[in-house]
Design a protein around this ligand. Structure first.
Ligand code: 13P
Length: 244
């Protein structure tokens, strides 16, 4: 069993930040994680594309993309190429984040294609899945999640990945899922992931994770780590997630 102080704490900056903010953040976080002997592999920061190249220059903290297109190159004005991300040294990308699905209308078909594109370019996808409040209230949590997974595997989008369970109603709302809800869903997902993908996949929880609730969430055995939005935006609160 992985000790809770070895688990992953990934940050999603969404459409926030600037060159100055990243410079300050990365300097402080890198120094503190090192000083406290925290494995740098536990941290990946998913940054806006325009910060990625800069972030790779100092090669200190691991960084990833928040999205990319499913074709490698071509006449797709305004899209981000997974091949180019890989070319600049990106090893991780979020795929199918709830905001991509709900704000930008990404379909399961598109997400399947993106999973394959990531894997084809040696980028490890962090696949985000989760139910809406309506689906939870209609008792459709397990059906929804199973459908999100089966639709992917039936389209051949399998292989190396990390999965993040992010209930849509808990994202950016301050409404964190209860420990019982997280445990119940994670156990269900662990079993299904093993059946569907045939491999053990690391499973993260995301949705209003903050310094004051991260410890109890990481103590749940089936939680391999957290994917954190708002609380990853300052060095102070990101470090506090590691207990620093
Ligand atoms: P918050 O932590 O701000 O709720 O965001 C969660 C999230 O969407 C991470 O991908």
């Amino acid at each position: 069993m992985v000790q809770s102080n070895q688990k992953l704490i990934f940050g999603n900056w969404k459409m926030n930040g600037s060159l100055e903010k990243w410079a300050q953040f990365s300097k402080t976080v890198f120094a503190q994680l090192n000083k406290n002997n925290i494995d740098l592999g536990r941290s990946v920061l998913f940054l806006p594309d325009l910060l990625l190249h800069q972030a790779l220059q100092n090669n200190e903290l691991l960084v990833g993309a928040q999205n990319h297109y499913f074709e490698d190159a071509g006449a797709f004005t305004g899209e981000t190429s997974p091949e180019l991300l890989s070319n600049i040294g990106i090893k991780y990308a979020l795929i199918g984040h709830s905001e991509r699905r709900h704000v930008f209308g990404e379909s399961i078909e598109m997400i399947s294609q993106k999973m394959k594109a990531a894997q084809r370019n040696s980028i490890k996808p962090v696949l985000c899945i989760g139910e809406t409040l309506e689906q939870r209230e209609a008792n459709k949590v397990f059906d929804t999640l199973k459908n999100q997974l089966v639709s992917l595997t039936s389209q051949g989008a399998v292989g190396e990945c990390i999965v993040a369970y992010e209930p849509v109603w808990a994202i950016g709302t301050g409404k964190v899922a209860s420990l019982e809800q997280i445990e119940e869903v994670h156990q269900f997902l662990k079993e299904n992931l093993k059946n569907e993908l045939g491999v053990d996949v690391k499973l993260l929880y995301g949705g209003s994770v903050k310094p004051n609730n991260v410890k109890e969430i990481l103590n749940i055995e089936s939680v391999d780590g957290c994917l954190v939005g708002g609380a990853s935006l300052t060095a102070e609160s990101y470090l506090a997630l590691f207990g620093l």
